[in-house]
Design a protein around this ligand. Structure first.
Ligand SMILES: Cc1ncc(COP(=O)(O)O)c(C=O)c1O
Length: 358
């Protein structure tokens, strides 16, 4: 029997989450963000599952768009980082992609591109995150000078720095600053990611860009149980050994955990090479036989060890949930000192993605 380490991708959860988030913004159109292999869920699978509800997709880079085209996805694709090189303008045209242009160099590449090979573009404006985008004050001038590169598909977009935090007034400041400059320019707008879609109704515009929420991640600093999202990934692995460890004995590399009483330790076939974070400390929760157990000892490359002393009948072959329906990925992320986005995207290619349709 081969190793049972798997990421189960729940098609019903993806559809449910996308519909919930879209319904939260009924006056907007929503597109699923499937960059970074759909946050580790498998971009082609996710796009195939969502293509009847998401009329567009967003990726970070053109290579991600081309991979979707090669798999037969036909919906327009928005490339969030625009072109990294001049040649990507023509590539975008050939693959029916929309480039989000954030700097003048990109606009000049497009200007140099033969007219009949120019893709549609969006313009990205920096409303305060200071990562990408034209300064707000420059926007009127950019629109005027590059009018000939714009089309009825052109949208002016921005991105929020803190939209998950409902108590952080910075989102409202970004929104106000953006609208003040951009509304008079009379273009359709795109502001909201999934946290903003949930937490900041005033940010809903023509297009919302839904990432984390589609995958069931935590999109708000407050409880949003009026809009339950379902985890779209269950990461699981099987037990490959069970042993009794006497009181006082250490477990794993560096002996970072010592049995305080006679203990039963199960070894599970997943490690940091699979994307289970090495930073997870003793006590990180897992689920086995319907009960919570705890990680003990250091995460190895291919294995972890868990304490199953208080769980009856644990045996070789039992499946262990690392995160998913019973162990929230956000909880594991907190234990590892990171965020759910990182855990999702780091599940390695060694872990087969198994799509479960219900
Ligand atoms: C420009 C842009 N828009 C939208 C998203 C989707 O954001 P989220 O996953 O928080 O919904 C991202 C993700 O990082 C992004 O970079």
């Amino acid at each position: 029997m081969s190793r049972q380490t798997q990421a189960i991708i729940h098609a019903d959860a993806l559809l449910h989450n996308f519909k919930q988030l879209s319904a939260r913004a009924p006056t907007s159109q929503s597109m699923a963000v499937v960059k970074a292999d759909a946050y580790g869920h498998g971009a082609v699978n996710v796009a195939r599952i969502l293509q009847h509800v998401s009329s567009r997709f967003a990726v970070a880079i053109i290579e991600e768009a081309i991979a979707l085209r090669d798999a037969g996805i036909t919906a327009p694709i928005v490339v969030l980082e625009g072109a990294h090189q001049a040649k990507e303008c023509q590539m975008a045209f050939q693959h029916n992609c929309i480039l989000v242009m954030h700097c003048e160099a990109q606009l000049q590449w497009l200007d140099a591109c033969p007219k009949e090979m120019r893709p549609h573009i969006w313009l990205k404006s920096d409303s305060g995150m200071h990562r990408l985008g034209f300064a707000l004050d420059d926007m009127p001038n950019i629109v005027e000078r590059y009018q000939h590169l714009l089309s009825d598909e052109t949208v002016i977009a921005t991105h929020f720095a803190c939209a998950d935090d409902v108590d952080n007034a910075f989102t409202q400041r970004q929104l106000d600053a953006f609208e003040k400059v951009v509304l008079p320019l009379n273009f359709p707008l795109s502001l909201a990611n999934s946290p903003a879609t949930v937490n900041w109704q005033d940010s809903h515009a023509k297009w919302n860009r839904l990432g984390l929420g589609v995958y069931g991640g935590k999109v708000s600093s407050i409880d949003v149980s009026d809009m339950p999202l379902m985890p779209a990934m269950t990461l699981r692995a099987s037990i490959l050994a069970v042993r009794d460890v006497p009181q006082g004995e250490g477990v794993g590399y560096g002996q970072t955990w010592t049995a305080s009483k006679p203990s039963r330790i199960a070894t599970v076939g997943i490690g940091y090479a699979d994307g289970y974070p090495r930073h997870c400390p003793n006590g990180t929760p897992v689920m086995v036989r319907g009960q919570r157990a705890q990680l003990v000892g250091r995460v190895s490359m291919d294995m972890i060890t868990i304490d199953v002393t208080d769980i009856a009948n644990v045996t070789i072959g039992d499946m262990v949930e690392l995160w998913g329906e019973h162990v929230a990925i956000d909880e594991v992320a907190k234990c590892a000192g990171t965020i759910d986005y990182e855990l999702m995207t780091r599940v390695s290619q060694r872990v087969p993605r198994i799509v479960k349709y219900l």
